[in-house]
Design a protein around this ligand. Sequence first.
Ligand code: ADE
Length: 224
Amino acid sequence: MRIDILTGLPKLLESPLTESILRRAQEKGVVEIVVHDLRDYAHDRHKSIDDVPYGGGPGMVMKPEPIFECVEKLRAERAYDDVVFLTPDGETFTQDMANGLSLAKNLLLLCGHYKGVDDRIRQALVTKEISIGDYVLTGGELAAAVVVDAVVRLVPGVLNDAESALSDSFQDGLLGTPQYTRPAEFRGMKVPEVLLNGNHKDIEAWRLEQRTNRTASRRRDLLR
Ligand code: ADE
């Protein structure tokens, strides 16, 4: 899989994309993530990528030219399954959407300013609009990092068996199970006996019960 991310603030994406599992996935060659600085596509002296809004109002709006130019250059090189715009008025991101996007070969992610981008970009270039939740960030970069993280870990070959995504919260409609590691007793708090006795049938039954109870008490909406 290849993911191209267009942003005016490339530094914001540096560390989320170059640590831990995302770093390993790129080193293994399973995914390639390329960040493009939109200022490289600005042509005026000040390398401006935004301008004041027509009709007035506060804040700046991202200009169409640099984004069109960058997207068109990339599209000439390969076909993209989706051009995703990160925006608080997009469709709310879910595990189902992450599963769907993880099947893509090429994805293009566009990060906007919180005041938005020239609407012609959305009309002409964007195929999917995603919000990571009902709150407003200063820009789409952190949202893009969230989407990339959730999607890339689902790409075959990224996680090893021990990290397998199959038992994740949400993947089968239930929240995750409580987890423990050594020591078996810590400050008077004991690890549940069932996890210590090595009976896998009992452990599985206990975990399912815990997950069901957790889901019922925290996220009743998931128990359809
Ligand atoms: N940009 C600003 N806020 C956002 C959000 N909640 N989701 C996606 N992109 C955003």
